[in-house]
Ligand binder design. Sequence first.
Ligand SMILES: [Zn+2]
Length: 472
Amino acid sequence: MNHTIETNQASGALFAAQAYLPDGWRRNVLLEWDAAGTLRSVRPDLAQAPSGVAHAAGPILPGMPNLHSHAFQRAMAGLTEYRANPTDSFWSWRDLMYRFAARITPDDLGATARWLYVEMLKAGYTSVCEFHYVHHAQDGQRYASPAELAQRVVDAADVTGIGMTMLPVLYQYSGFGARAPRDDQRRFINTPEQLLGIVEALRAWRPEHGALRYGVAPHSLRAVSHESLRALLEGLDRSTPGAPVHIHIAEQTAEVEACIATEGARPVQWLLDRFDVNARWCLVHATHIDAQETAALAKRGAIAGLCLTTEANLGDGIFPARDYLDAGGAFGVGSDSHIGVDWRAELRLLEYGQRLARRERNVLAAAHQAQVADRLFDAALAGGASATGREVGALKAGARADWIVLDAQHPNLAEQKPHTWLSSVVFCEHGETPVLDVYTGGEKIVEGRRHRDEARLYADYRAALARLLAED
Ligand SMILES: [Zn+2]
């Protein structure tokens, strides 16, 4: 039964015995939201539950934003875990990924993205930033609608109920010094004007709303030039000043070395010196930064986009998280290549990388927040929300009505007090997920660990996989 209060102010309401508000766990909380899916009021400490209002099945956490995704890569997860050549590396993985990208059709992409977003929602990701770079047909020709593939991804978000920040990617070159693109990059290539045209086509097709935002993503400093990056940002600001900008920045030491050799500076330093990098920016894989870049990036307020499971899978390196957090740096997490889709695993690995490297425990705790999981959860919510460019990431009036209901009967939470729940949620891995129900825009999308369209969307995904994995 799902009772709701129908009044002029609210179109939905839920009572939670425990909810994680911006100031921590609070008791007897009433959440009320409007028909557009925006929270209108969040009231803790009620003397008793109002009559006629549905009760949450467990404690409530804000939904986590996923700040970095390449949806099509979900379909190749697990297929590259072998030594493809004697010097297997990120770059040989990328060759395999390009061969996979070459096969994807619009229908395959739509089915893959829909299933991926089901998995994200079940994990408690309620928003996703899609770093979308496969734009053209298999022969490199533009589709009749140049935003065809981006539209399939936006549709997938709509169908599944996840909030979306669509970031069409500008990819022009194969390397620093404006090197001509490779043939296997032909589906990615646009000029800044063409890329802005894709953004405009998307806006005309489906205008922004509470669950949808558009921005851009210059792919990396190796794939754009100084001039084209400037043209892209100026064009974006003419139509939508302040829209989100995401970029892959320093994932591999080889790209840092190439940037120094051709541009005379490390990638993060180069970018900070030439552009007004601020909180609208998300620097994905800021893995290889020196002490000066760490301090400077933290000061600018840009979001470091950390994708720990992918970075570990690809052998990228370890982000200097302790120094960056000590300097006040902002970050969020993403599932990127989707070798795993679980924010709990991203936060756990963020801390574990530091523990292994330093041979210490609870490295990322803070003077103001002694519990590592709480600190990382709060920071990833705030940074992830900023990266989406949407009002998400907190249970407060004005924010999107997105949240996770935890299973308080889960063996990892049972008999505990609220102050250790997040520690157990993040660090314990035993059996099924503690994420029981998930709401987006006030709608219950996942109930009892099942997405409302799970069977149908899985069947579509299986059919797409059968096509994609068929032998030539
Ligand atoms: Zn990426």
